[in-house]
Design a protein around this ligand. Structure first.
Ligand code: ZN
Ligand code: ZN
Length: 341
């Protein structure tokens, strides 16, 4: 089969590799759609500590079952499937504490290789985090399961009510997906701040009520302006920049919450005013990955049509055009591309 392989930072190659084979409990999918993602783009540009090269890559996908191994009873050949690329072990310390997103082995047992004609799902994913795709949604929309699960896991750390004002900082694919999810949750006032005209405009069709496109030093006053000087109930940081992490504290109301979603480069530090944190009872919460409960909720939201993710998919491209999709993303063009092998 053909697969795009990441050879070294900045260099990928379309190669002929061995077709995967389903062992007991496993399933092989013909990839029908694989979405580009910021994580893949980062891995492409700088390499990734957890991905020894050369490696298959791509982790947001949907597909059709072409082979089901012995004792797979949830799926059969021909089924249309949406899945994430990881699942927890359910036996380690963190899994037993109910924090499966922090599972000791979740990152080591994940599957990469969605930018290929076929992908094999191991038993632990088949059993927990794969689902039959609803005919109501397209394969590219179904491939949104993984990023949506992350977004839902993050938002579910707080009790969000429909009359809350939520400020999302960062108009990347994740910031936009957060807007769409908040809209599906019924949040009435969603503010999105970013520096990318087309993406900001797209957010209006996803449910943003107010877009803010200003210099950094004007960002806090702009958000306070929108919240009668009080600050937002929830501020979501989705840029992964330490200076933006720090600025969140001046945009949140007393008793409010800050969700730190965007991962900063390793070794980054951020500084926060302790008086504000203490006396104004601000909660800072970092989040990582997702639990099976969040995947299930993402699956239900996508299948029921409760969330509109279509505007996030800029275009469909064949597998051999993956390098072009990355070039476009690096040039700031588009949101997510659906690769159709
Ligand atoms: Zn992703
Ligand atoms: Zn575990």
């Amino acid at each position: 089969m053909l697969a795009e392989m990441l050879i070294s930072p900045g260099h990928m190659e379309l190669r002929e590799v061995e077709m995967p084979k389903a062992g007991p409990g496993e399933v092989v999918l013909k990839v029908e759609a694989a979405l580009t993602c910021g994580t893949d783009l980062k891995a492409f540009r700088r390499g990734h500590p957890k991905i020894p090269l050369p490696s298959l890559f791509g982790h947001e996908f949907s597909g059709t079952v072409v082979e089901a191994g012995e004792d797979v009873d949830r799926f059969k050949v021909g089924d249309q499937v949406m899945s994430v690329h990881s699942s927890p072990c359910n036996t380690c310390f963190y899994c037993l504490k109910g924090q499966q997103n922090l599972c000791d082995s979740v990152m080591d047992t994940k599957v990469l290789g969605a930018y290929a004609e076929y992908i094999k799902l191991p038993r632990h994913i088949v059993d927990q985090n794969a689902f039959i795709k609803s005919p109501n949604i397209s394969f590219p929309e179904a491939a949104m399961l993984e990023p949506l699960a992350s977004v839902i896991y993050g938002l579910e750390q707080f009790r969000i009510s429909s009359d809350d004002t939520v400020a999302v900082l960062g108009a990347g694919p994740i910031g936009l997906l957060q807007v769409a999810t908040l809209k599906a949750y019924g949040v009435k006032k969603i503010i999105l701040a970013g520096r990318h005209k087309i993406r900001l405009d797209t957010s209006l069709t996803l449910g943003a009520d107010k877009i803010i496109d200003v210099d950094e030093n004007e960002l806090t006053p702009a958000i306070l302006d929108e919240t009668v000087g009080r600050g937002a109930d929830l501020v979501i940081e989705s840029t992964g920049r330490p200076d933006v992490w720090e600025s969140t504290l001046s945009m949140v109301r007393k008793g409010g919450n800050i969700l730190l979603f965007g991962g900063c480069p390793e070794g980054s530090r951020a500084c926060f005013d302790t008086k504000r944190l203490h006396y104004d009872e601000i909660t800072l919460k970092g989040v990582f990955h997702f639990t099976p409960a969040a995947v299930k909720k993402a699956y239900e939201m996508l299948s029921s049509g409760k969330i509109n993710v279509k505007p996030l998919i800029t275009a469909e491209l064949p597998l051999k055009e993956l390098p072009r999709a990355f070039e476009l993303l690096m040039a700031g063009e588009g949101i997510k591309y659906a690769i159709i092998p």
